[in-house]
Design a binder for this molecule. Structure first.
Ligand code: NAD
Length: 451
């Protein structure tokens, strides 16, 4: 028998008991989740430092702070989100009213990756609980300290029949997915996303897939070069480049390339010092497999900054690679590490044409002052989301839905979108019984005339 059969069954029984339906219950659970994070803050800093050498500041801004803000926004608006949403009713339906009810799906699962192992395991849970579901969380096996802390925190805060953590790798994930869930929320690679979707089809379970891709940072010739360089360096090398929305490569107007590279070198030095590998505030590569993969991508490339590495520490310096081409191995797949290839274009039309030929990325960043050029990029290229003159920041606005398109994913979440994602929208027409218009019935006037 499947080892998780009982757990899923118990969650289904709990869901059917209707305890998750009232507003008061949901609000209480979100508060519990917030208190849990507060209680375990110290352990969280330690676990993320053990797993990825994340500094306290980085953990606060990119993991914990993000979750606090999502929970607060959700608690603040939950009552309003749960209300029936009235919609117009056509005159042909005289006497009736129409509205949409958000109802929970039921038993849900959140499968998380390793790069933001706390944030990406908990953020979907906020939406799932707000919408009245039960949840099983499957954290990544690559970030063991965070995974076991998650199991401990959740286990000591929630009834497992309501929220549970199942630790394990691919096989565990597969065993879980053999069972019927009512919603699957997956964050991870595009390849595994395809497997998840196939498995979901067995039970016709709806999915959100938060995947990756090669997100470009385009710098046009009229950009504010120094600020662009600073924000690209920050977005690329935070968490040692292991960020799904990190700029994967720099696509820069040839006239300003040298200036951008010079400014990026200056900012890397100022952020991470002369020896980033030894810097306690600089992230480390998750494991030696990924370290070796990244090392291979660097072979025979024109390194103009960085390139130093230490396998024992699993650390690679912020590295800039000049004269890269779209045919290089480094441009075949998402880099997911601190290597920034630089490619050039001669005019924006050419850049747009080239990017149109690629898979739709999770993010796109455009740096340039000209409003028409900004419009061109936004209107003609398809991508999950992004920024004009910045990187990553769109992700931290709870009013912006976050998600990919094409191979970078489907569906979205954050803020109200998380609540919506985990809710089925039930459409209701409430009819009057005070009168009955005969037109629709056989023999009714219009029906008669039509024939
Ligand atoms: P991954 O796809 O290898 O693993 C993600 C999760 O799926 C893990 O929990 C893993 O145990 C599980 N898994 C692995 N193989 C599986 C299988 N065959 N069947 C079922 N489950 C399986 O991804 P990763 O290496 O942990 O994360 C890196 C990827 O995630 C990158 O591509 C990155 O862009 C993407 N990502 C996307 C977002 C986003 O929000 N869109 C956020 C972070 C990371």
């Amino acid at each position: 028998m499947n080892p998780f059969h009982t757990l899923v069954n118990n969650q289904r029984t709990f869901f059917k008991s209707e305890q998750t339906l009232p507003y008061a219950f949901r609000k209480e659970q979100l508060k519990k989740l917030r208190d849990m994070l507060k209680t375990y803050e110290k352990d969280i800093y330690q676990a993320l430092n053990d797993d990825l050498n994340k500094s306290k500041n980085e953990t606060l801004t990119t993991e914990l702070g993000f979750l606090y803000s999502e929970i607060d926004v959700t608690i603040k608006h939950l009552k309003e989100w749960m209300k029936a949403e009235k919609v117009d009713t056509p005159i042909t339906h005289k006497g009736s009213k129409s509205f949409v009810l958000a109802e929970p799906y039921g038993v849900t699962i959140t499968i998380a990756p390793w790069n933001y192992p706390l944030q990406l395991a908990i953020a979907p849970v906020i939406g799932a609980l707000a919408a009245g579901n039960t949840v099983i969380i499957k954290p990544s096996e690559f970030t063991m300290a965070t995974s076991s802390l998650l199991a401990h925190m959740i286990g000591s805060t929630f009834d497992a029949n309501y929220v549970a953590v199942v630790e394990g790798a691919e096989e565990t994930s597969q065993q879980l997915l053999e069972l019927k869930f009512d919603y699957i929320f997956f964050t991870g690679s595009t390849n595994v996303g395809k497997i998840i979707m196939k498995q979901a089809s067995e039970h016709l379970t709806p999915v959100t897939l938060e995947l990756g891709g090669k997100s470009p940072a385009i710098v046009d010739k009229d950009a504010n070069i120094d600020l662009a360089a600073k924000r690209i360096v920050w977005g690329k090398f935070t968490n040692a480049g292991q960020t799904c929305v990190a700029p994967d490569f720099l696509f820069v107007h040839e006239k300003v390339k040298q200036k951008v590279i010079k400014a990026m070198k200056k900012h890397i030095k100022s952020f991470y010092g002369k020896d980033p590998v030894q810097n306690k505030n600089y992230g480390r590569i998750v494991n030696t497999d990924h370290f070796d993969r990244l090392k291979y991508l660097l072979a025979e490339s024109n390194i103009v900054y960085g390139g130093g590495m230490n396998r024992e520490l699993c650390s690679i310096e912020p590295t800039i690679i000049d004269d890269a081409t779209f045919e290089d191995p480094i441009m075949e797949e998402e880099i997911f590490g601190p290597l920034l290839p630089v490619l050039t274009f001669q005019n924006l039309e050419e850049a747009i044409a080239v990017l149109k030929g690629k898979e739709k990325p999770l993010s796109l960043y455009f740096f340039g002052e000209n409003a028409e050029s900004q419009q061109k990029v936004l209107g003609r290229l398809s991508f999950g989301g992004g920024c004009i003159n910045d990187t990553l920041y769109h992700l931290a606005n709870p009013n912006l839905p976050f998600g990919g398109v094409g191979t970078s994913g489907m569906g979205s979440y954050h803020g109200k979108d998380s609540f919506d994602t985990f809710s089925h929208k039930k459409s209701i027409l409430k009819q009057t019984t005070k009168f009955d218009i005969p037109l629709r019935y056989p023999g009714g006037k219009i029906a008669h005339n039509i024939t």
